[in-house]
Design a protein around this ligand. Structure first.
Ligand SMILES: [Zn+2]
Length: 293
């Protein structure tokens, strides 16, 4: 009897996930699941409808990081306010920066909007460039490959499986990219404003132009003076679109919409930011549907 139980126990643990992965945001979880399949157990530290810049390093998050074999972050400074204390307090030597248990996805990309000078007078800017590359669907295959590479280093026994999953993803993704390209083509050249420079990668990819931000400076709340200037500019240049994110108040966007006749669109910036954006594919489907309709 004891022997049977022991065998069952061993079998069970063999079937369990082999790598505990903690990731900062839902899009990383989606990519990691696609590549890692049932070989990974994933915890996502920040929710998709949260402000990605500000996450409270609560004890529950510290516990999740302390159990991880691999920590995957967005990087580019997006987690600078909350990830370092989590890593420190987790006392987990496996996921420290510089080890193979730490993966910064921004290292595989070239960030845009790198400021030429960094000063506090410019607000809470991103000194390493714009870290919100998640809004560009074209970066995803590259990131899937980076994750496959790292999972292979940690778990060489399943390396072929990880590489194959990344390749399959890339093939399927090309079909999505072609479809989105077609759907976005009529939007080329459209001018709009956004709350924060959250969608610059998306806009650049599809040739749309951001002519202003509702926040007067990054991380600074809207001011009436700046809002009136925006309204004046939008009226003069016939700007008819406002991209609002899901985690800031939409009060100012609604006011601007009312004064200019522009359309305010609630744009998801990550998987699960809004209900329909429940997968990586649905994230871009939703963004594109909302901006084109
Ligand atoms: Zn930002």
């Amino acid at each position: 009897m004891k022997k049977i139980l022991l065998t069952l126990l061993l079998l069970n643990s063999a079937l369990l996930a082999e790598i505990n992965v903690a990731v900062s945001y839902p899009f990383i979880a989606a990519l990691t699941k696609t590549v890692g399949g049932d070989k990974v157990e994933i915890v996502t530290l920040a929710k998709g409808n949260w402000d990605p810049h500000f996450v409270v390093p609560r004890p529950s998050l510290i516990r999740q990081v302390s159990r991880a074999d691999l920590l995957i972050i967005n990087g580019g400074g997006l987690e600078i306010g909350w990830m370092p204390p989590l890593i420190r307090q987790s006392h987990n030597r496996h996921i420290q920066p510089g080890t193979k248990g730490f993966l910064d996805l921004s290292q595989f990309l070239t960030l845009i909007d790198k400021p030429t000078s960094v000063s506090r007078a410019n607000g809470d800017i991103h000194p390493e460039g714009n870290p919100h590359y998640v809004t560009d669907p074209y970066v995803m295959p590259k990131l899937a490959n980076a994750i496959a590479q790292r999972l292979s280093e940690i778990d060489p026994d399943h390396s072929t499986e990880y590489q194959n999953n990344a390749t399959t993803f890339e093939k399927k993704w090309q079909i999505n990219l072609a479809r989105w390209e077609k759907e976005m083509a009529p939007m080329k050249g459209t001018e709009l404003i956004q709350y924060h420079e959250l969608f610059n990668y998306f806009l650049k990819r599809y040739g749309l132009v951001s002519v202003g931000n509702i926040e007067p400076l990054p991380g600074i709340n809207p001011s009436s003076r700046h809002t009136l200037e925006l309204i004046k500019y939008m009226k003069a240049h016939n700007v008819k679109l406002i991209l609002q994110d899901v985690y800031h108040s939409s009060k100012t966007a609604k006011y601007i919409a009312e004064k200019t006749g522009a359309k305010e669109i609630l744009m998801p910036h990550d998987v699960d930011a809004v209900h329909e954006a429940d997968t990586l594919t649905h994230l871009y489907d939703t963004m594109i549907k909302r901006i084109t309709q």
